[in-house]
Design a protein around this ligand. Structure first.
Ligand SMILES: Nc1ncnc2c1ncn2[C@@H]1O[C@H](COP(=O)(O)OP(=O)(O)OP(=O)(O)O)[C@@H](O)[C@H]1O
Ligand SMILES: O=P(O)(O)OC[C@H]1O[C@H](OP(=O)(O)OP(=O)(O)O)[C@H](O)[C@@H]1O
Ligand SMILES: [Mg+2]
Length: 282
């Protein structure tokens, strides 16, 4: 049985459970459930604090985990990222009161408040900066107003929280994060089951990112049409009963679908249909 850690709270919890559900796994119905066994799929899910997931996986107590890249790196655990999942995308950035410091090299002697003390201490050391790091659990933006630090390093997505706190970003991102699947470094146990789990998640990503597009086109225009809809491998082209016409079927990225339909129509394609993909194995 594969043992997998799933975030129980925060920005990762709901999208992780939704993705697992779409991949055909049972998920807990009650937020108080700590463990769920999906007998049919031979997987045991452990609902854990996002920060703790890399620790369990790094120690080899669990086979896989879903967490954030920033949390994985900050933990220093012996685990590595094996697949990107795309949700909870954010950057870790320094910020301060406008008009004070403007570059990480000016941080000498200052205090930086953050929930990511491991990553931030390493980043400061990399830049040869001698600054103190104060670890806070959350709402880090307030630390400046309350005089705990001159600079913060925190998760930024839209930037709204920083703006509301009257802070502005300093320099380049410390790191770019998103949700990832992690595994203990060098772990080769249950390889077939791990591969199957990843294929299922990959299938969800494909089903969300692509639509299936069908259209009819005159045979002499097929080459031009398939250039607009190259698909992932190669489009299916079948003859129509009507001489001189072909039916084409191809996968198209969701965000391009309407533009591609317009371009196909202009080219002379008709009966252009898109349908959602429910599940996929590529
Ligand atoms: N506003 C946000 N937008 C996108 N990703 C975020 C946001 N806040 C946190 N994250 C990401 O979510 C992951 C989980 O963070 P974590 O669960 O510690 O905090 P949280 O989601 O802010 O929850 P809470 O602070 O309520 O405990 C991290 O990888 C982090 O980068
Ligand atoms: O750039 P934004 O879109 O505003 O998002 C970033 C904010 O979201 C998270 O806060 P959260 O609500 O999790 O509170 P926390 O600081 O207590 O973790 C994060 O810590 C930032 O404060
Ligand atoms: Mg938070």
């Amino acid at each position: 049985m594969l043992r997998i850690a799933v975030p129980n709270k925060g920005s990762l919890a709901e999208p992780a459970a939704a993705m697992l559900h779409e991949a055909g796994y049972r998920q807990r119905k009650d937020r108080k459930e700590l463990v769920l066994i999906d007998v049919e799929n031979q997987v045991e899910f452990f609902y854990l604090r996002p920060r703790d997931i890399a620790v369990y996986v790094g120690l080899g107590r669990l086979d896989l985990g879903i967490t954030g890249r920033d949390l994985l790196l900050d933990s220093g655990a012996e685990a590595e990222e094996i697949m990107k999942l795309g949700f909870a995308a954010s950057t870790l950035r320094y910020a301060t009161t406008p008009g004070t410091v403007s570059d990480v090299r000016e941080f000498d002697g200052l205090t930086v408040a953050t929930s990511f003390a491991g990553v931030v201490s390493a980043h400061l050391a990399e830049h040869g900066v001698e600054a103190s790091v104060v670890h806070l659990d959350g709402a880090v933006e307030t630390a400046i107003q309350l005089g705990v630090a001159e600079v913060i390093a925190d998760v930024v997505e839209t930037g709204t929280t920083l703006r509301n706190a009257g802070l502005s970003i300093i320099g380049e991102p410390i790191l770019e994060s998103e949700s990832v699947v992690i595994r203990r470094r060098g772990d080769t146990e249950q390889e077939a089951k791990v591969r199957q789990f990843l294929r299922r998640l990959q299938g969800v990503l494909v089903a969300r990112r692509y639509v299936m597009m069908d259209y009819d086109i005159r045979t002499e225009l097929v080459e031009k049409a398939v250039a607009l809809t190259p698909g992932l491998e190669s489009p299916t082209v079948s003859p129509l009963h009507d001489q001189g016409w072909a039916a084409v079927r191809s996968m198209v990225p969701v965000q391009d679908a309407q533009r591609v339909m317009d371009e196909l129509y202009e080219l002379g394609a008709r009966a252009i249909l898109t349908t959602g993909i429910h599940a996929a194995r590529l």
